[in-house]
Write a protein that binds this ligand. Structure first.
Ligand SMILES: Nc1ncnc2c1ncn2[C@@H]1O[C@H](COP(=O)(O)OP(=O)(O)OP(=O)(O)O)[C@@H](O)[C@H]1O
Length: 239
């Protein structure tokens, strides 16, 4: 469904990604793990077309994304879920959600249906729908960020560290919500620093270090948390 083949990308003359390849089957849930500054967000931006590729390809359902603008990629079903702090703080929860359907703003009936579906999935957002997004807790903001993406009717969701800065109990709630998205039929790429969460919900893990995939494994291959953390922290030098 989503395939990165040897992508190289960066900012200006600085190359950040040095040949990243990964693959997610339809309805798969794949985690990309890595520490700060290893290139996780850059990978997501490259998939969305927000950062240009220096080489390599991104394909979605077999279609090469080269030359396709970010908005058009959204129209093809790709959606980036940024960390919750990027919500429009002064706008209400509901208006933030509506922003997610901006590209089809004339479809009032469809938007009303999708809004109800988001509220059914996240009852907290319904309770808080008239509250300014800036007043939400960290967990609620993360739900809002996911909800806003759902309003674009995506088929592939790219989640940028949904557990960041959340208490363990809230991380569990978000993990449940992500599993629910998979039930909905979505294909999911989860970028995380939280190894435990990724092990709990993903079916395949990639570890990125210094803009390179340092390790790749199926969950259930008996990989131990300690082993993964070693890759993550740099104990293993070879891929
Ligand atoms: N807009 C930008 N211009 C220049 N350099 C950037 C830009 N965004 C990120 N970088 C650099 O690219 C590298 C990788 O950043 P990236 O955001 O992809 O890391 P990350 O793995 O997502 O880490 P974090 O968890 O800290 O967000 C870092 O060295 C960062 O300083």
């Amino acid at each position: 469904m989503l395939k990165l083949d040897n992508i190289e990308a960066g900012y200006g003359n600085t190359r950040i990604l040095h040949g990243v390849s990964l693959e997610i089957p339809k309805r798969g849930l794949v985690a990309l793990l890595g520490g700060n500054g290893t290139g996780k967000s850059t990978t997501l931006k490259a998939i969305m077309g927000l950062v240009g590729l220096q080489s390599g390809t991104v394909t979605v359902d077999g279609r090469d994304m080269a030359g396709i603008a970010p908005e058009a990629r959204a129209g093809l079903g790709l959606s980036l879920v940024p960390q919750g702090k990027e919500a429009f703080g002064a706008m209400s929860v509901e208006d933030n959600l509506r922003m997610g359907a901006y590209h089809r703003r004339k479809d009032r009936a469809g938007i009303a249906i999708d809004l109800e579906a988001v509220y059914t999935r996240f009852p907290r957002l319904k309770e808080r729908r008239r509250v300014a997004a800036g007043m939400l807790s960290g967990g609620e903001r993360q739900m809002l960020s996911i909800g806003r993406s759902l309003m674009s009717r995506p088929s592939v969701l790219l989640l940028d560290e949904p557990s960041a800065a959340l208490a363990p109990k809230i991380v569990e709630e978000i993990a449940e919500a992500i599993l629910g998205l998979r039930e909905l039929g979505l294909t999911l790429l989860l970028v995380e620093q939280n190894v435990g969460m990724a092990l709990d919900i993903a079916d395949r893990l990639y570890v990125i270090r210094g803009g390179r995939i340092a390790h790749e494994t199926a969950v259930g291959d008996g990989i131990a948390m300690s082993e993964l953390q070693e890759f993550y922290l740099g104990g293993h030098q070879d891929a």
